[in-house]
Design a protein around this ligand. Structure first.
Ligand SMILES: Cc1cc2nc3c(=O)[nH]c(=O)nc-3n(C[C@H](O)[C@H](O)[C@H](O)COP(=O)(O)OP(=O)(O)OC[C@H]3O[C@@H](n4cnc5c(N)ncnc54)[C@H](O)[C@@H]3O)c2cc1C
Length: 645
């Protein structure tokens, strides 16, 4: 039995340093979103909307047709929800279709789909069963195929990609009982022993872990002679001696998810199974997520489309107070929000994915924004659908069907979507991650001024450099095409809504956003990184501006290709108007908020000043430990691993 995990003690500063070291520092290609945060609206980087090559589109469409047929005839989402399990036949069928290898190159037996079509496939599968969508996405977006593709050796690719394309399910294991958003605390170790490493530790919430054949495991290699050490990624066979799945976890939603607690007890892994060098594990994980992050918002797009369909069908037949509920203004506003936001979400995901395929731009911020915005907005959309459905929105599909009504799983969707705001980077962490990139230009020139560890001499030097940078940069933020009435005129074709006015707004607002960031940097300097309320709002404004830009560019694409151009312009117009209201509110809250007061309340809550407010209730959770001891308990020995072959 391995002993309790030795949890490294980590300060906030050290945690940030680990995150910083894992960050990709260079910007080799242009980035639309980075420019946006700097006050430069580079419409040319996203317009005209990039398009897939004909051959890629054809291959993608052919696969989607087969997948649609499979989903319609072979996947019973209600059964998966009821039994909290994906039937083996579904997984076998997906394997036969090649769905495990959607993103794997054809030379390794995969389908070689583009990011655009991979996302469309996930949205399709996720619409019939979010749990199946999550299985495929965990396997391909964060599981082994992507890090192997980007960082694997030729031998590793030859050995594993054919298996991963056809038969083997993979899982990604980073989280531990004591390691969530903060990987600096990672306690699983991989100790070098000759030409092997010996892995010990416990991994929590391993999606696919219960059924996986192969795993990417993040473990800490201790520093020693000949070993640089650090957090490192390993390929581990799930059937290796010493690997045990101790629990199958159950959640609020995604009931079919095969998610477990995986223990490693003296698991021997050949050094040849290390992905990249020692210490590169987190960088590999983050780089994998650059495009991997697009899967989750893609499934949010699918959720939005389904909500729109149900909202349309239900509100036109449900009559109350003398007319269909759709015609009551309060319900109508929700329908309009669902339609407009779904249009914008699809625009964001398709644009980012297409840019990922083209590989002309750096899309790491766009993908992060898509994850953040998609997960937050899809949650709001599903919540509005539940409201529109009234009491039926709260009733389970099974209960609805049992009493003879259509089994609409609106409450299930809400439960299934909730996790998107937590995993693959929680909303709070996404805010910090994107804010870090948004202020990167400032830190690059002024970083030493605000770093408490730098000498006065370094600070003076940085001050001079910053002076030169800002003398050139700030004046550019005063004026731009957004102030000219005729700018972006091609976005106001005759007979269509006027989108040029929204693009002008985006241009003006991106300059205002950059100015606000600059003021905040000058005001708070080194404390800027602690101003999470402010930074979160800056990022949310950026997300809205990106969504508005994407919506306008998509509308123009649809107009130019003759596909519903007028309606697309209308949806983009209403989305931009709704989005502008949110942006103005966020700007208002940049400087008028309760952030400082909230700090005081938090102190009061934590010191027990308000415990009287908790009187009059019973806490059903009792007083057990908050975090399980990593040492296995008596009931934790059973191996619940469920191999599917
Ligand atoms: C269903 C499910 C599937 C999962 N699948 C996988 C998987 O396949 N592989 C894997 O490795 N992990 C997986 N996870 C783990 C998931 O990625 C983590 O839950 C997530 O990273 C958050 O970590 P945590 O839950 O420990 O929260 P914590 O890190 O403990 O955070 C608690 C709260 O504090 C906030 N917070 C934390 N740090 C900061 C900060 N610096 N500033 C502001 N706010 C902060 C968080 O946003 C959150 O609101 C899964 C989790 C679930 C529930």
């Amino acid at each position: 039995m391995s002993g309790p995990q030795h949890q490294p003690k980590v300060t906030e500063r050290e945690a940030r340093q680990v995150a910083e070291a894992a960050r990709e520092q260079d910007w080799r290609k242009p980035s639309f979103a980075k420019e946006l945060f700097l006050g430069r609206f580079r419409l040319d980087l996203i317009h005209p909307h990039p398009m897939p090559a004909t051959e890629q589109a054809q291959r993608g469409e052919e696969f989607l047709a087969k997948l649609r047929d499979f989903c319609e005839t072979k996947i019973d989402g209600a059964l998966i929800e009821r039994e909290a399990r994906i039937p083996d036949a579904v997984i076998d069928g997906l394997k036969e279709l090649g769905a495990l290898g959607m993103k794997i190159d054809t030379k390794y037996g995969g389908l070689g789909l583009t990011q655009v079509y991979y996302n469309k496939a996930l949205a399709l599968v996720g619409s019939v069963s979010p749990a199946v969508g999550a299985l495929l996405s965990a396997h391909q977006s964060i599981g082994l195929p992507q890090p192997l593709k980007q960082f694997g050796t030729p031998e590793q690719k030859e050995t594993y990609l054919p298996r991963l394309a056809r038969t083997d399910i993979s899982a990604f294991l980073l989280t531990e009982p004591d390691v969530g958003s903060d990987p600096a605390r990672l306690a699983t170790t991989a100790v070098p022993d000759g030409d092997e490493y010996v892995i010990d530790g416990v991994k929590l919430w391993t999606t696919n872990g219960v059924v996986a054949d192969l795993m990417v495991v993040m473990a800490r290699v201790p520093k020693s002679e000949g070993h640089k050490g650090g957090i490192t990624a390993f390929i581990v066979e799930a059937g290796s001696d010493g690997v045990t799945v101790e629990n199958r976890n159950a959640f609020m939603g995604l009931r079919g998810l095969e998610n477990g607690v995986t223990r490693f007890h003296r698991v021997r892994v050949p050094a040849a199974n290390r992905i990249g060098p020692e210490g590169a594990g987190l960088k590999i994980a983050l780089t994998t997520l650059n495009t991997g992050r697009l899967s989750l918002p893609a499934m949010c797009v699918g959720a939005g489309k389904w909500c729109l369909k149900i909202a349309r069908e239900w509100t036109s037949v449900r009559e109350q107070w003398g007319k269909p509920v759709a015609h009551h203004e309060a319900v109508g506003a929700k329908i309009s929000f669902i339609a407009a936001t779904t249009f914008a979400l699809e625009a964001v995901v398709d644009l980012s994915s297409q840019m990922a395929d083209e590989d002309r731009n750096d899309i790491r911020i766009e993908a992060a924004l898509a994850k953040l915005y998609g997960s937050e907005m899809a949650w709001l959309i599903a919540d509005e659908l539940v409201q529109i459905r009234g009491g039926r929105g709260y009733e389970t599909a099974e209960s609805l069907a049992a009493r003879g009504e259509r089994g609409v799983p609106a409450e299930q969707l809400l439960r299934d979507l909730r996790i998107n705001r937590i995993f693959e980077g929680s909303t709070e962490i996404m805010h910090l991650l994107i804010a870090r990139e948004a202020v990167d230009a400032h830190l690059a020139v002024a970083g030493d001024i605000i770093d408490p560890d730098k000498s006065l001499g370094d600070k003076a030097k940085a001050g001079a450099q910053a002076g030169v940078f800002y003398a050139r940069w700030l004046p550019k933020l005063v004026a731009g095409p957004g102030r000219l009435p005729g700018a972006y005129g091609s976005f106001h074709p005759t007979g269509h809504a006027d989108l040029s006015t929204h693009l002008r707004y985006v241009e003006r607002t991106s300059r205002k956003l950059a100015r606000s960031t600059f003021y905040a940097m000058s005001r708070w300097q080194g404390r800027m990184e602690t101003k999470q309320g402010f930074l979160g709002r800056i990022v949310d404004i950026g997300a809205e501006l990106f969504a508005m830009s994407a919506a306008c560019v998509r509308a123009e694409l649809l107009r130019s290709t003759g596909d519903h151009g007028r309606e697309a312009y209308q949806l983009a117009d209403v989305f931009c108007r709704q989005s502008r209201i949110r942006v103005e509110e966020l700007f208002g809250r940049l400087w008028t908020n309760t952030d400082d007061l909230d700090h005081k309340v938090v102190k009061g809550v934590l010191s027990g000043t308000y415990t009287w407010l908790e009187d009059g209730i019973i806490d059903p959770s009792g007083d057990g430990p908050w975090i399980a001891d990593a040492t296995p308990g008596p009931s934790a020995r059973e191996n619940v691993h469920r191999p599917i072959r």
